[in-house]
Design a binder for this molecule. Sequence first.
Ligand code: C2E
Ligand code: MG
Ligand code: MG
Ligand code: MG
Length: 280
Amino acid sequence: QAKQQGRGQYAIFDPEMHQQMMQRLQIENDLRKALGNQEFLLHYQPIVCLKTQQVRGFEALLRWQHPQKGLMLPGEFIRVAEETGLIIPIGEWILQTTCQQLTQWQAVFPSQVLEISVNLSVKQLQGPILKHVATALAASNLQKNSLALEITESMLMENIDVTYQLLAQIKAQSVRLSIDDFGTGYSSLSYLHRLPVDYLKIDRTFVSSDQVDGRNQTIAESIITLSNLLDLKAIAEGIETPQQLQWLAALGCELGQGHLFRGAMSAEDATQYLHQQLPQ
Ligand code: C2E
Ligand code: MG
Ligand code: MG
Ligand code: MG
């Protein structure tokens, strides 16, 4: 009895824990208003062909323009959005916005193949994702197979049979699929060939090495080999140096993204970037 009381008191009067709880409550409250107040925006990071360095598309990355705190990154709020279920309407907005944005870019550069890649959270896979994808596609005028959805390994493994069917239905809408942060989870390789996946994104932990023959490089090399064997495309994340670009390209990695090319930028800057990079 006394022990229980002691523990309860500890939780209530621990100032640091109290502070954290208040912060999280504040974010939750602010998040509930953010969509209605149009405080979300998307930044776009180019995905380029490593051989030619030509832009192939963008990954859409969520940002929150908080009225007091300024521009916030997903690491500061996405977990709360998932835990509250707010990620479902936010995710619906992301799909609509990215499909409309890419439709505009495709209209300006009709001779180019331009794709857009959108991150999904596990909560979205449990919600009306098929409907949200279908609605976003119907409301835009996207070329077929130019929307890609990114899911992580742990999302795949959570309920493999349900996920498999869901992914097949997504694919049937002419949408591509990527496995994000590949190599950091524990996906069973025996499932990989069964999954209707198009891209493997090599997590940046395995890219951030400059040593030749480093351990990370060996892992990156295995992922590239695996991609080629399974007829998938590898996308290297977090390329920051010319050396990294060089060894990844030499290993036959087709695509990549990272600060060496460009970081994530506003829609306006991304449009400028396309005009600089591509012939019309
Ligand atoms: P991710 O999907 O793996 O995205 C890549 C992250 O790496 C982005 O961080 C990007 O800005 C950052 N990055 C890109 N190039 C470099 C580089 O050269 N070096 C380094 N050090 N970092 C680089 P960001 O935008 O903070 O996003 C973090 C994570 O938040 C994403 O990881 C993704 O899991 C999640 N996220 C972002 N946008 C969305 C979204 O719209 N929906 C959902 N559900 N999750 C999102
Ligand atoms: Mg991603
Ligand atoms: Mg990633
Ligand atoms: Mg990552």
